[in-house]
Design a protein around this ligand. Sequence first.
Ligand code: RFL
Length: 396
Amino acid sequence: TNTAVGVVGAGPAGLAVANLLNRAGIDCVVLERHSRAHLEQRARAGMLEHRAVRMLERHGLADRLLASAARHDTCEFRVEGRRFQVSYADLYGGRTHYVYPQQEVVKDLIGAFLDGGGDIRFEADDVALHDLTTDRPSLTWRDRESGRERRIACDFVAGCDGFHGVCRPSIPDGAVLEFVHQHGINWLSILAEAPPSTDCVIYALHQDGFAGHMLRSPTVSRYYLQVPVGEDVANWPDERVWAELHKRLAVADGDWRLTEGKIVDKRVLDMRSHVTEPMRYGGLFLVGDAAHIVTPVGAKGMNLALHDAEVLVDAFTAYYRDGDDTGLDGYSAACLRRVWRAQEFSQWMTFMLHSPGAGQGDSQTFLGRLAQARLDHLMTSPAYAASFAENYVGVE
Ligand code: RFL
């Protein structure tokens, strides 16, 4: 078989590429390691920027999202029990976040693609990329059910298989630059079957470390706790998680209460950043997490993936319609501009919310005081808050 674009990975990036290609009348085949059922219940991100939602809407992919997502216009900071809210939508032309779990985005995109006659091969094992620097790259894989080896030739490959995928490692050593940064911070990430105890995201600074309360749905919430680097999740039985959340999120006055629930997922996240430059090697275009990882602090990952997908499909459309390859040549630079902006903002926010020695007996540091000064600036300066709002809800 042949196709125009071979897409590896059916996360937000790969599914957005596939749907937009389908709508542009460009043939593609998607290869995905996991089953459809697995993808449709894999909980990860949950905050979509105004811009990402408008993009999905333009392509007729946002009906269910617009009918059911909560819109968010405010976030709250807590500093040692004091509360402060930033109404970021008011500071950025009324643009809001949409709270809609990633697995729902994935479910909608799989449904729309298959309804439109799209071709996804789930449970594709041992995907391999070949002849990327020729005009006829190809993909091979083994179909899990039948055990049969398959091959497809294509004009281009869209590498949308996330950070641990096979596409980026298919690029020979030295052919691209890799920028890597470890932020020296770990989070315990917790997903619980608990209704939200807040109507906006809470970022709390405490001498024992950062705590966050994110929203996902009326019955599920996500929480984060800063933990020592290299922490073992076994050190965090559920009772300790709740005790720590109660303590770090507590307010000095008022009657705020944290509602507990059944913890369904608990894992340690290492705050790291990674950028591959350029996001292209021959006929392979890297899209989303396959090309770049940002820390989850600013909630940018899924939004960047959707932006890359749109830029890439615009470029493919110009190529197939007019024979114009300037968009393909400019793909990497166009995406990286937004990627680096998101990296800078995420690093800015990471630094503001984490005293470097917090919880490790060393909260009185120079960098800790700088982080406090940054937060104080945000709380007192409308001009600074407007700049935060633009970055947080996403530059247009
Ligand atoms: P994905 O979602 O990882 O999808 C990659 C797909 O490729 C498949 N795959 C393969 N298929 C075939 N062969 C192989 N060899 C393959 N290897 C992998 C995988 O099964 C998968 O289906 O990457 P994509 O599409 O680039 O999307 C990126 C987002 O998933 C990611 O950036 C976000 O989840 C990051 N993120 C957040 N982003 C936001 O915008 N807002 C948030 O609030 C937010 N919160 C988060 C997050 C990520 C988190 N974790 C778990 C890392 C919260 C958390 C806890």
